[in-house]
Design a protein around this ligand. Structure first.
Ligand code: ADP
Length: 449
């Protein structure tokens, strides 16, 4: 509950943090864009006033002369066309387009500003744009407002340098001169690069820390679940022989049994067997807990793998009263490997015990040995219940037990394969597993010679 609350709170905090970072990025971008536009607006206005004060000109003199000639010609020749109402809009459009083109071709402000910016140390690329707000022809017949057609839209945010209003012989005009910063986004990005870098860095750091914490939390959750299972299983495992011993002890206290020596012997044997089992369980737990603190200390000696494996298999069969059929196939030609006999015995015993434990039919176990390049390969295959693929990566982990129906009835602590894996690794080898549910499981051990 507490953990879930922590997860939800930290997720919410992370989302909030990301939202703040995005908001900050957008604000920084907008702010830098505004500053940039403002800077170029001031700069270009300074340039324009310099031109006006020095040369008493605004750079549009030639453009205005040409427009005047054009306007005069149009006003005298084409004005009658307007009387035809249906041609009026097209006519206006043509005149406006022509005026735009005259302005563009004949103005001198752009060239002046370009060199002015360069001198001021701002060597950036820009494009001049015009916007005619009002344009009217003057003729003897009166005024004709050309701008009654929709003026073109100005694309993107631009810097408005100035709006000029002029009256000439043949026309009246109001036009704006704007500059379009061609690489504006690149410029803004360059200006705000350090801020963006810091934001990206902080997002990356927070995300990494969050991911690591999240992973640890999940791992902790998984381990705590496994530990709870382990404690339940261990209690169950220890209780079974203990209660058998208690019941057997009480039976021995009864008077009538004392007169039945075979019964006494049987009960005593039962107590002995259960005590051995209890002892084995406690030893496993102690050994595994010892493993956590110390490394394996192997007492290795050259042993014939085939012979040792056969001995272990035989004594396993004897101790479990022939609980399985073991088919043996040894092919190492009596090769000797450097093994710790006691630990190797534990490995084979554990695998055989599992093969019997996790089998619902009559267990048939195939145990074989072989050599492969410079390793010895021991295979233990059974016809048991098998395992689904998703469990295979976990069965060598401490306390892991496959959680399904009929296994629930099977006792265990989830330590056997963990122990086996550690022993094989201490020998410098490795263990792998293949399994199919309902078909059986095969463990393959490789130990370097
Ligand atoms: P335990 O047997 O005490 O549960 P192990 O570490 O020996 O612990 O095994 C881990 C889990 O792997 C078992 O709980 C079982 O689900 C699965 N397992 C091990 N060996 C076999 C096998 N031969 N066939 C099917 N499942 C197996």
């Amino acid at each position: 509950m507490k953990r879930n609350l922590l997860i939800i709170t930290s997720l919410a905090a992370l989302l909030l943090f990301l939202a703040v970072q995005i908001y900050m990025t957008v604000s920084i971008w907008k702010q830098n864009e505004e500053i940039l536009m403002m800077r170029y607006k001031t700069l270009s206005r300074e340039g324009l006033s310099l031109l006006m004060s020095k040369k008493k000109a605004n750079g549009f003199e030639k453009a205005m002369d040409v427009t005047d000639k054009f306007a005069g010609m149009v006003a005298s020749e084409k004005l009658p066309l307007l009387k035809e109402a249906k041609d009026s809009a097209t006519f206006r459009k043509q005149v406006l387009a022509q005026t735009y083109s005259i302005l563009e071709k004949n103005e001198g402000l752009t060239a002046f500003l370009r060199s002015y910016f360069k001198k001021a140390g701002y060597d950036f690329d820009f494009k001049a744009e015009f916007f005619i707000g009002y344009f009217s022809l003057i003729s003897y017949d009166g005024y004709l407002d050309i701008t009654k057609v929709t003026p073109p839209k100005i694309p993107g945010p631009m810097v408005l340098v100035n709006t000029f209003s002029e009256e000439h012989n043949n026309f009246v005009i109001e036009y704006s001169y704007l500059i379009n910063l061609t690489h504006k986004n690149n410029m803004v990005f360059r200006e705000a690069f350090l801020s963006f870098l810091l934001i990206a860095g902080s997002i990356m750091i927070v995300m990494t820390v969050f991911w690591i914490t999240w992973r640890n939390l999940m791992e902790e959750k998984r381990l705590s679940g496994l530990k709870t299972d382990f404690i339940n299983n261990m209690t169950h495992e220890l209780k079974t022989p203990l209660s058998t011993i208690t019941v057997a002890g009480r039976t021995l206290e009864k008077e009538q049994i004392l007169n039945d020596p075979p019964k006494v012997l049987e009960t005593a044997k039962l107590i002995g067997k259960q005590s051995v089992h209890l002892n084995q369980l406690i030893n496993t737990i102690l050994e595994v807990s010892l493993l956590e603190r110390t490394e394996f200390e192997l007492t290795r000696q050259p042993v014939c793998v085939d012979e040792l494996t056969h001995q272990v298999a035989s004594s396993f069969l004897t101790s479990c009263d022939g609980c399985a059929v073991i088919e043996e196939d040894y092919k190492t030609d009596g090769i000797k490997a450097s093994l710790d006999i006691l630990y190797y015995t534990t490995v084979i015993n554990n695998l055989l015990t599992n093969a019997v434990k996790y089998c619902i039919n009559d267990p048939v176990i195939k145990i074989s040995t072989a050599t492969e390049s410079s390793s010895i390969v021991i295979t233990v295959a059974d016809n048991g219940i098998g395992m689904a693929r998703e469990h295979l990566d976990h069965i060598f982990e401490k306390f892991y037990r496959v959680p399904h129906g009929n296994i629930h009835k099977t006792k265990g602590l989830g330590l056997g394969l963990y122990y086996v894996n550690r022993i094989i690794r201490a020998h410098g080898g490795d263990i792998s597993v293949t399994s199919r549910p309902g078909k059986g499981t095969t463990f393959i051990i490789r130990i370097p010679l």
